[in-house]
Every structure is written in structure tokens, then in C-alpha cells.
Design a protein around this ligand. Structure first.
Ligand SMILES: Nc1ncnc2c1ncn2[C@@H]1O[C@H](COP(=O)(O)OP(=O)(O)OP(=O)(O)O)[C@@H](O)[C@H]1O
Length: 417
């Protein structure tokens, strides 16, 4: 991995991508330079995979341009290979045949295909597994095949969509380290890479530059150059300080008001919310998010909705890269269960317009009850099919806990508690 030069391998200029009414990418621009590894971080649904597919030319942007070495793409990007979270191997082909596939598409003669596939398998530590079938291999070995298949064509740039997230911690650690070793070898032909990940530490460990994507709609929210020599020590204060900075950017609340779903409930249940407040209370009221994630072994996508929820309900306030318990939060943590529920009800009515709206609807109805389907349909109109169910589940959970409402699955009715 060398210092990035200014030669652009892939450029994305002002790309918009919509699916029907949903704007997934909203004017995204980025350049992938020769010789650099870039990590793309963002919450679930922020459009990371969509952006990666635009770079690969697998999805056309609704507007804006994607160029490979100066030429605007019109179809698949000829300079890239991809590695997927799901490995995407063909189960009826051997390891060797899977790796040869990419070369077949390039019409490389059979003898050369065989030779190059063997060399790629050797390089990635799969020597001896040529005739195995994917089902005979562990997840880590299968992903090695995924890497060998992508690298055998010696692509200009490697695009990776969460390549390690289906692997256990040790296996992914091991494969990441090997990939870094390959990248540091000056003979390694693929010099440029983009990796989509949920994992902040993974991003900082691998990348020269980390881009943070905002959601609803997806925009580049922040960028961080990682100025640390390899191998990078996760426990070093410099590494930890980069982790904190990423959290700060990810949870930053300086938005320009264009969020479509400003009233959406974060997908956090009341058990998690109470648990986080308890943890903050035990820690004297203030904790860094990196520390919380570490302690709870929470992935980014587990932690951020709970953080959003406690901030939304004003139980805690964002403070730099951490959280600070509010006066309300302190009272909530010290209260007995009955008082805690009462307080939660007040906060929900005050700060969660969606739950407040449902309670109002129940009060306006003749008998204090509404069919759950009616509420789900309303949520579909506002949030779309994909998010309506999770909004419903969260609203019901918050409403039940605070004893504002009851939900009977049998009769499909929601009613005032
Ligand atoms: N082909 C499609 N048709 C309709 N909506 C889509 C399509 N592909 C993606 N989306 C929507 O676009 C949004 C962004 O999806 P995308 O997979 O790019 O996000 P992501 O950041 O990669 O998410 P994750 O981290 O969960 O993989 C989501 O709301 C998703 O439902």
C-alpha cells in the first residue's frame, strides 16, 4: 500500500440513484486514486452496496457519471473485480474451476487459465484445495476462493462488499492480515481497493482513507485520512482516536434538515434503551461509544439505533464521540420500574411523534381501539414497505412498555392501555 497519487482510477461525479420514490444516493462524488485503499462506512441501508454497484457498472446511476480511468462507464466496469459477503461461488464447480471462471470470460486459453488459477490459489493460501468443492470448505476458505477468483484477472481495482462479515472473528482477522500482506508486496498487481464495511476498526485497520456515508438519503458525510503505518495496533491511542472520530462523524447531528424520515423511530427496543442508560449510569454518566461497542460486543448497526433512541428521548446527549447522561436519564436509571415506565411514557409522547400520533388516533376512535392493519398501512404510506414493519414493531414496543397502549395479535387490534 503506497501513498495515494493523484491519478484517478474510478471517479464518481454527482451521482444520484433512486428506486421509485426512494432516493438512495443523493449527489455523491468520490475518487478512488491509484494505489489507495478506501473504506466506505455507513449505517445499514445508507446505500453503500448501491454505490459499490454503481462503481462496478452493475447498476446505472439515475444521474451523474461514473468513469474508469477517464472514460465514462456504459455497462460493466472493465477495470474491477468484486468480492461479496456471500462468497457467490458456484457449488457445482471445483475451487479451481470457480477461480478460472473470471479468466474464461476474458477468453484466456485453457492452459493459461489453469496456470494462472493455480498461482492465484497458491498466493491466497489454497494450495492443495484445487479439486475441492465449495461445500467441503469452511467459510474462511470459501472466501479465499472468492478473493482468488477476483484477483486472478489482476484487476486494476478490487471492490469488496463486506467480505469479512460472514466470517467469525478469528478467521476474518487472519484473512484481513493476509490481504494486507499481499497489498504491501510491491509485486502484487492490484494496487487499488474499495471496501464496504460496517466495522469501524476494520475500516481503520485496512484503509488509507475512510469515507462515511450518511443515510436517508445517502451522501458523503465525512472523510478521514488514516495516517498510520502498518501493521496498525488497535490498542494504540492514535488508532483509538481515529475510532472516536468516526463515531463522532457517524452520530453527528448536524444535518441540513433534508432527512426524509425525520420522525422515524430508531430500531431499538426498550430493553436495549434501558440497558444503555443503566450502563451510562454505572459509568458515572459519560462513556465513549467505542468503549460501549467493545463492552457489549455490539456491531455498529446494533449500537447506533440504541444511541439514536436515547438521544431522541433526551435520556442522554451526544458528546463528541460518546454519550452523556441527561438529568432525565439519571432519574430514569434511579427510578423503580413503575416510575421508570411513567417517565418513559412522558418522554415518548413528548419526543416520539410517531407513537404520539398512534395514541392520538386511539383516543379519537370510538372505543379506544384501531385495527393494527390500519396503522401498518399508514406507516407504509410514510416509510415505504421495507421500513413500515420495523416502525410498527418499535412503536408497539415503546407504547407497551410505557403502558400507553396494548396490542393483541389474536384480534389484530391496538388499544389504549
Ligand atoms: N434494487 C432495489 N430496488 C429497490 N430498493 C433497493 C434496491 N437496492 C437497494 N434498495 C434500497 O436502497 C437502500 C440502500 O440499500 P443498500 O443495500 O445500498 O444499503 P447498504 O448501506 O449497503 O445496506 P447494508 O449495510 O444493510 O447492506 C435500502 O433502503 C434498500 O432497501
Amino acid at each position: 500500500m503506497t501513498t495515494a497519487t493523484s491519478t484517478a482510477v474510478i471517479s464518481v461525479e454527482n451521482v444520484y440513484k433512486t428506486f421509485g420514490d426512494l432516493t438512495v444516493l443523493d449527489g455523491v462524488s468520490l475518487t478512488l486514486h491509484d494505489g489507495e485503499i478506501v473504506a466506505l462506512l455507513g449505517r445499514s441501508g445508507s446505500g453503500k452496496s448501491t454505490l459499490l454497484r454503481c462503481l462496478a457498472g452493475l447498476t446505472a446511476a439515475t444521474s451523474g457519471t461514473v468513469s474508469y480511468r477517464g472514460d465514462a462507464l456504459n455497462g460493466a466496469n472493465p477495470g474491477v473485480s468484486m468480492v461479496f459477503q456471500s462468497f457467490a461461488l458456484l457449488p457445482w464447480l471445483t475451487v479451481q474451476e470457480n477461480v478460472e471462471l473470471g479468466l474464461q470470460a476474458l477468453s484466456v486459453p485453457a492452459a493459461q487459465r489453469r496456470e494462472r488459477a493455480l498461482a492465484a490459489l497458491d498466493m491466497i493460501g489454497l494450495d492443495g484445495f484445487e479439486s475441492a468443492y465449495p461445500r467441503e470448505l469452511s467459510g474462511g476458505m470459501r472466501q479465499r476462493v472468492g478473493f482468488a477468483r477476483a484477483l486472478v484477472v489482476e484487476p486494476d481495482a478490487l471492490l469488496m462488499d463486506e467480505p469479512f462479515s460472514a466470517l467469525d472473528v478469528l478467521t476474518s482477522e487472519n484473512l484481513r492480515a493476509e490481504l494486507l500482506r499481499l497489498w504491501q508486496d510491491p509485486e502484487f498487481p492490484t494496487r487499488t481497493g474499495l471496501i464496504v464495511t460496517h466495522n469501524i476498526e476494520e475500516a481503520i485497520q485496512l484503509a488509507d482513507r475512510v469515507l462515511i456515508l450518511d443515510s436517508n438519503p445517502g451522501r458523503i458525510k465525512g472523510e478521514l485520512t488514516i495516517d498510520l503505518a502498518h501493521p496498525r495496533d488497535r490498542r494504540s491511542p492514535e488508532f483509538e482516536s481515529y475510532v472516536d472520530t468516526v463515531y463522532e462523524i457517524l452520530t453527528g447531528h448536524a444535518r441540513d434538515g433534508s432527512r426524509q424520515t425525520i420522525d422515524a423511530l430508531p430500531a431499538a427496543n426498550t430493553g436495549e434503551i434501558a440497558g444503555l442508560i443503566e450502563l451510562l449510569h454505572h459509568r458515572g454518566g459519560s462513556v465513549g461509544l467505542a468503549e460501549i461497542a467493545d463492552e457489549l460486543r455490539y456491531e455498529l448497526d446494533d449500537l447506533l439505533p440504541v444511541v439514536d433512541a436515547v438521544v431522541m428521548l433526551k435520556l442522554a446527549l451526544p458528546r463528541g464521540s460518546g454519550l452523556q447522561l441527561s438529568e432525565q436519564g439519571r432519574r430514569f436509571a434511579s427510578a423503580d420500574i413503575l416510575r421508570a415506565k411513567e417517565q418513559f411514557a412522558t418522554l415518548v409522547v413528548e419526543h416520539a411523534p410517531l407513537v404520539r400520533g398512534i395514541v392520538k388516533q386511539l383516543r379519537r376512535s370510538d372505543n379506544g381501539a384501531v385495527r393494527a392493519d390500519t396503522i401498518l398501512d399508514d406507516l407504509r404510506d410514510t416509510f415505504g414497505d421495507a421500513s413500515a414493519r420495523s416502525q410498527f414493531d418499535t412503536a408497539v414496543d415503546w407504547g407497551r412498555y410505557s403502558e400507553l397502549l396494548e396490542y393483541d395479535v389474536g384480534t389484530n387490534r391496538i388499544e389504549l392501555a
